[in-house]
Design a protein around this ligand. Structure first.
Ligand code: PLP
Length: 396
């Protein structure tokens, strides 16, 4: 098909051409004397995206899920107990990873479409008078349902219970797109990957630990090899890695950090909000319900949309991809066939939002959903026009 596929999925996201060029390079000596300045610069700048000055950032050749393992095995003892909130496919998988690594996992289950409930977390921790629970596991932005939870409220719930638990937050589809404040929110481990807000190909696992979590690293008794932060910290201190790092992706990360720092997180957060509002306006104009249970918890990076009874979301996605060259996210696990997801994060412009929504409403119509063609696009365009930032002053 001529043109370019629009990735309207919640990751991997569209990679800016300048990042592709930054990664398209000959290999270099990762033990060379030039390398430490490069590595130290990346690890330093990464911290600001996680919202920390006190914490420490790590980069692995891995995907986001691997950082669940890395966070757990570097801070917990064998057989430790954790509390996991399950509210969608990714929070379920995070809890599952802890089970498979041999930890004892207490779960709080909420409806898919709801947020992490601070009151239930507080109650569970109050009941744990012996302080057996060592960490609370939550997903900040549940990509499967398009729901964002209030991380600071969960930290307040832990503190209100007078409980010493660590707080581990999966920010795979929020960090570098939505507000994320490791220090201010009292997060102890934050987890992400390269292929969402960082606008890079998949392949880097990114992890940031608070001083409290870092203090656990030398003592944790969980077995660890590749993910051992003792080895990685020691190498990173000297500006190197204990293994051969994914060099092109590190150059991509450098380009991504340069772009993020130049734009500034407040502008990036505002852009994501504006685009999300436009997408939500389109979905409302089509008359389709969101998976998110309440307007206060809708995600600014991904919108999960229910299709009418009798229509399969897989058909909508297939038509969007093959006829209109737009990739949509599928409904995951129990939402399979019932939901499609629009990813509006990363390197997305206004025209991509409007064009993508045009393709979605054509695909919905082709699949048999009754809607007025153009209604979603008009609703989104109206929001985008009204909220467009002022034009920079004209070139003289
Ligand atoms: C919230 C969340 N956590 C974890 C993951 C898994 O990340 P990865 O596919 O990079 O392993 C994803 C992937 O979409 C996600 O959205």
């Amino acid at each position: 098909m001529p043109g370019r596929t629009l990735l309207f999925i919640p990751g991997p996201t569209n990679v800016p051409d300048e990042f592709l060029r930054a990664m398209d390079r000959a290999m270099e000596d990762h033990r060379g004397s030039h390398f430490p300045a490069f590595v130290h610069g990346i690890l330093h700048d990464l911290k600001s995206v996680f919202g920390t000055t006190a914490g420490r950032a790590f980069v692995f050749a891995a995907s986001g899920s691997a950082m669940w393992d890395a966070a757990l095995v570097n801070t917990l003892d064998v057989g430790d107990r954790v509390l996991a909130v399950r509210k969608g496919q990714f929070s379920t998988l995070f809890a599952d990873a802890a089970v498979r690594l041999g930890y004892r996992v207490d779960t709080i289950d909420v409806e898919w479409g709801e947020a992490t409930p601070p009151d239930a977390v507080e109650a569970a921790l109050r009941a744990d008078t012996a302080h057996g629970i060592k960490a609370v596991l939550m997903v900040h932005n549940e990509t499967a349902t398009g729901v964002t939870s209030d991380v600071a409220a969960i930290r307040r719930a832990i503190d209100a219970a007078g409980h010493p638990s660590l707080l581990f937050v999966d920010g795979v589809s929020s960090i570098a797109s939505l507000r994320f404040e490791l220090d201010a929110w009292g997060v102890d481990a934050a987890i992400t990957g390269s292929q969402k807000g960082f606008m890079l190909p998949p392949g880097l696992g990114l992890l940031c630990l608070s001083p409290k979590a870092l203090a656990r690293v030398p003592h944790a008794t969980s077995p660890r090899a590749f993910f051992d932060l003792r080895a990685l910290s020691a190498s990173n201190d000297t500006g190197y890695f204990p293994y051969t790092p994914p060099l092109p992706l590190l150059h991509g990360l450098r380009a991504s950090l340069d772009r993020i720092l130049a734009d500034g997180m407040p502008a990036i957060i505002a852009r994501h909000h504006r685009h999300a509002e436009a997408v939500r306006a389109a979905v409302a104009a089509w008359g389709l319900p969101l998976v998110a249970a309440r307007p206060e918890i809708v995600s600014d990076t991904v919108t999960a949309v229910r299709v009418p009874e009798g229509i399969s979301s897989a058909t909508v996605m297939d038509i969007a991809a093959r006829r209109y060259n737009v990739a949509l996210g599928s409904g995951l696990a129990r939402l399979s066939g019932k939901v499609f997801r629009i990813g509006h994060l990363g390197a997305i412009d206004d025209w991509m939002i409007v064009g993508g929504l045009g393709a979605v409403e054509m695909a919905l119509t082709d699949a048999g959903v009754a809607l007025t063609l153009g209604s979603g696009v008009a609703a989104a365009a109206d929001i985008l026009r009204r909220t467009a930032p002022p034009l920079p002053s004209p070139i003289a």
